[in-house]
Design a protein around this ligand. Structure first.
Ligand code: IPD
Ligand code: CA
Ligand code: CA
Ligand code: CA
Length: 281
């Protein structure tokens, strides 16, 4: 029995089952929920479904593995200081689950079918399992450290484009608009003329999964949190891609910005963002 198993089930299997159950439940709630609340700003929505999904995920994980630590978006007070504090407390624990119970809440609220459940497991601060589940398309993206990345059981590799000018690039609008929007717009203005086109579909974890699957050449966003990026970071790396922050530093749990690409266009995208002063730093 390896260190990564619990009562004959691997941690990866636990993550997959949990993400699938939560995702199915979220989908069943589309158009059938109330209690829409605001968190940090009028751009930052939360519903009882976000909270219910997190509770379900936490319960499922903790039944299997009660001694593991847990960091979930809805268990942390809104705002950058509180999330940095919460991460600090658990980041070096032996096993830490990092969970975004519903990535793409605004989409969910509007019935725009692009949202996901994101579950990552870190071992002493390093991600070893990443699962992103899109219930709308029943697509499960999974990666294990050193073992590759898969979608619906099929091996994923990042896309082949060699130049930024051939790229389909995604970004996102951070919920903390007051601080980040000008920077974000400067980035879009600088990147748009240099690429084939830009997409912003509203779920960071799924954008990262799409980079891993080769459906996007790259993705960048500023103002993110550990739960948005953790699972997707392993998907991208295990699919042969590259992930850094907007300054080009290797990914860590503390990252608040991200550039994730097929590798080939990474430097070009980073330079364009830096020249436009759009790194959010
Ligand atoms: C948000 C989504 C969105 C991104 C925001 C995130 P949430 O996560 O990933 O695409 O632009 O920065 O906060 O709140 O829907 O889980
Ligand atoms: Ca949120
Ligand atoms: Ca999120
Ligand atoms: Ca969320």
């Amino acid at each position: 029995k390896s260190a990564y198993t619990v009562s004959s089930k691997s941690f990866t299997a636990v993550a997959i089952n949990t993400a699938a159950k939560a995702g199915e439940w979220i989908k069943s709630k589309l158009g059938d929920y109330n209690n829409l609340d605001l968190k940090y700003s009028s751009h930052d929505l939360v519903t009882e479904v976000d909270k219910g999904s997190e509770k379900m995920i936490r319960n499922l994980l903790m039944t299997h593995i009660p001694h593991h630590s847990f960091l979930g978006e809805e268990g942390v007070e809104a705002g950058p200081e509180a999330s940095a504090e919460a991460l600090k407390e658990v980041r070096d624990d032996e096993y830490l689950w990092i969970v975004d119970p519903l990535d793409g809440t605004t989409n969910f609220v509007h019935g725009f079918p692009y949202y996901a459940v994101s579950i990552a497991l870190a071992h002493k601060g390093e991600i070893i399992v990443g699962v992103v589940y899109d219930p709308t398309r029943d697509e499960l993206f999974v990666a294990e450290k050193g073992k590759g990345a898969y979608v619906k059981g099929k091996r994923m590799t990042v896309s082949q484009e060699l130049k930024l000018s051939e790229g389909l690039i995604a970004t996102g609008f951070p919920v903390d608009q007051k601080v980040n929007l000008p920077c974000n717009l400067a980035g879009i203005q600088a990147v748009a003329p240099k690429v084939r086109n830009i997409r912003t579909a509203g779920a960071a974890a799924l954008h990262l999964a799409y980079v891993a699957a080769g459906r996007l050449t790259g993705f960048w966003e500023i103002g993110l949190h550990a739960w948005d990026i953790a699972a997707g970071s392993l998907l991208v790396q295990e699919a042969g891609g590259r992930i850094t922050d907007t300054a080009g530093k290797p990914y860590t749990l503390e990252a608040r910005s991200v550039i994730a690409t097929n590798g080939s266009i990474h430097g070009e995208l980073q330079t364009v963002l830096a020249d436009a002063k759009a790194t959010g730093l």
